[in-house]
Design a protein. Structure first.
Length: 138
């Protein structure tokens, strides 16, 4: 037994398949955009924490260490769409270390209604850089 298709039914299976694929691929594209945004934010906070801790460890004075770390944060903030917050701990002594923690809140509202309900995600990065043991300090 064979079924005959009328002329107006040709290509319906193709259209139905394309509609099903579009329904499955659109949420996948939103998840890819979410992953990319979160990964860029994670890389940004990690790099900013490293830069701030390194700048602090190379400063000549304790006040200069804080100023150098804040300067590194300002440079990173110019390139980041998200607000960055820096916390610096440590002392400028031989053999000491500076630990910089950078936190950012990533807004997800622009990624569609499904992901927009998540509102925001908080991401932080941390880096510890030692102060050179043999450097001269005031």
């Amino acid at each position: 037994m064979t079924q005959s298709r009328s002329a107006n039914e040709s290509g319906e299976a193709l259209v139905e398949t394309l509609l099903l694929l579009a329904g499955a691929l659109l949420p996948l594209l939103a998840l890819i955009a979410l992953s990319a945004r979160l990964e860029l934010a994670r890389l940004g906070v990690d790099q900013t924490a490293r830069d701030a801790a390194r700048a602090a460890s190379q400063a000549a004075t304790s006040a200069g260490a804080t100023a150098a770390a804040q300067s590194a944060l300002r440079r990173a903030q110019q390139q980041s769409p998200n607000q960055l917050t820096l916390t610096l701990r440590g002392q400028l002594v031989r053999g000491g270390a500076f630990t910089a923690t950078v936190t950012s809140t990533v807004e997800l509202a622009g990624l569609g209604s499904l992901l927009g309900r998540l509102a925001s995600v908080r991401i932080s990065g941390q880096a510890t850089i030692p102060v050179d043991r043999y450097r001269s300090l005031p």
